[in-house]
Design a protein around this ligand. Structure first.
Ligand code: PBG
Length: 388
């Protein structure tokens, strides 16, 4: 049905509506299809095909609305008062890549503004984040060399262990989260030990537990297993407790999906599997009930915080988990989500600041308490400037 016919038949519009809203007067509109140049559009007020003039309204005309939600949007102050979701810098966790083989910073082409950093530059980046009020960093490491058992992950002087010690000395108030996984450290790029061509769950648990303990020794406050082996949270909790680290938290990547959205990360971390893929351990994207089982299991095994990853294509799971579980809930706004925004913004196709605001707000509105995001520094700056 044409809009004119709709207006005539439903009688929704009235001349008064036209006066109040400015529709019908000659008004300047920003036309996004016209490269943002102002154009003029003219809708004739007297056109009875569009509007029922007050003089022609009869008792059986459609009544005018008495409940008008537009009242709540009338000006910026009102909108500020009734806003339901507010971003805060306290919501953000900034991921950093620390690389043994880099002196200075090695930009990651698909993630503009993100680099692989030396320990020294990671400390500078940590200080910049702390100055912006960002409460926590998530560290990923690229070791000097990779091997079949990913020994760089649990080496006492491994790259993230060294970075954590240096950052804790410079910025003791920052919460440090260590990604616990083997894939950045194994020559085959899988998240565990390979046995007969498959990732062996139970042998991998020992190495994950060793990684978590070595991260705790280096000063990490939180360990975040991202491997998706069964039983890893229990194994890590037991190992941390046995080593005297009862105070360290476990942030479990509980519902982590086998996702194409990790592409840029794998380029950054050089962690693409050399054979096969991660579908026998990371989750199958269509499964929501199974995601709830994964989260529930991690909670039973002792997780302090649980995560849904990626964020945007899985916001239904963030919302479901929020209703179902009481733990702090984390969502990971992953590398591919970041890269898409950056690429579109670089082409001039979107307004990066507005898009980042909507994405981060959407993740929070869905129910996340914390958001791991490569946008954290920009977002913190925009929040500080009052742009969000
Ligand atoms: C390690 C890990 C990955 C990510 C976080 N931890 C990659 C993967 O599982 O392949 C992805 C993060 C991102 O894409 O931003 N297992």
């Amino acid at each position: 049905m044409s809009s004119a016919r709709f207006a005539r038949e439903s009688g929704v519009r009235s001349a008064r509506f036209a006066q109040e809203s400015g529709v019908g007067s000659q008004e300047s509109v920003r036309n996004p299809g016209n490269n943002g140049r102002p154009t003029t559009s003219r809708i004739p007020t007297s056109d009875s095909r569009l509007l029922t003039p007050d003089s022609q309204r009869t008792p059986d005309s459609q009544p005018l609305p008495t409940i008008r939600l537009r009242r709540l949007r009338g000006n910026a102050t009102l909108r500020r008062m009734v806003r339901e979701t507010r971003l805060s810098v306290d919501d953000f966790i900034l991921p950093l890549f620390v690389d043994h083989n880099v002196s200075g910073a090695e930009p990651i082409p698909s993630m503009p503004g993100v680099s692989r950093l030396s320990v020294e530059l990671a400390v500078e980046e940590a200080q910049a984040a702390a100055e912006l009020g960002i409460p926590a960093l998530l560290l990923f490491g690229l070791p000097e060399s990779k091997d079949a058992l990913g020994s760089g992950a649990y080496a006492p002087d491994g790259i993230v262990q060294r970075a954590a010690r240096a950052i804790k000395t410079a910025c003791p108030e920052l919460v440090l989260v260590g990604d616990v996984c083997l894939c950045e450290y194994t020559s085959h790029g899988h998240c565990g030990v390979i046995q007969d061509g498959r990732v062996d769950n139970d042998r991998t648990l020992e190495l994950l537990a060793a990684t978590a303990v070595s991260q705790a020794e280096a000063g990490f406050d939180v360990v975040a297993p991202s491997d998706m082996m069964d039983g890893r949270v229990a194994a890590i909790r037991a190992a941390l407790d046995a080593a005297g680290f009862q105070d360290r938290l476990i942030m479990a990547y509980s519902a982590k999906f086998a996702s194409g959205f990790y592409g840029p990360f794998r380029e950054a971390a050089d962690s693409t599997p050399q054979f096969g893929d991660r579908r026998t351990y990371q989750m199958d994207p269509p499964n929501a009930r199974e995601a709830m089982r994964e989260i529930e299991l991690d909670i039973r095994e002792g997780a302090d915080m649980v995560m849904v990853k990626p964020a945007l294509a899985y916001l239904d799971l963030v919302a479901r988990a929020r209703v179902r579980f009481e733990l702090p809930l984390v969502a990971y706004n992953v590398s591919g989500e970041f890269a898409m925004v950056k690429a579109a913004a670089a082409s001039g196709w979107i307004d990066e600041q507005r898009i980042v605001y909507e994405i981060l707000t959407g993740i929070k509105r869905a129910g996340a308490d914390l958001i791991i995001t490569y946008h954290a520094k920009d977002a913190a700056r925009w929040l500080r400037e009052g742009a969000f």
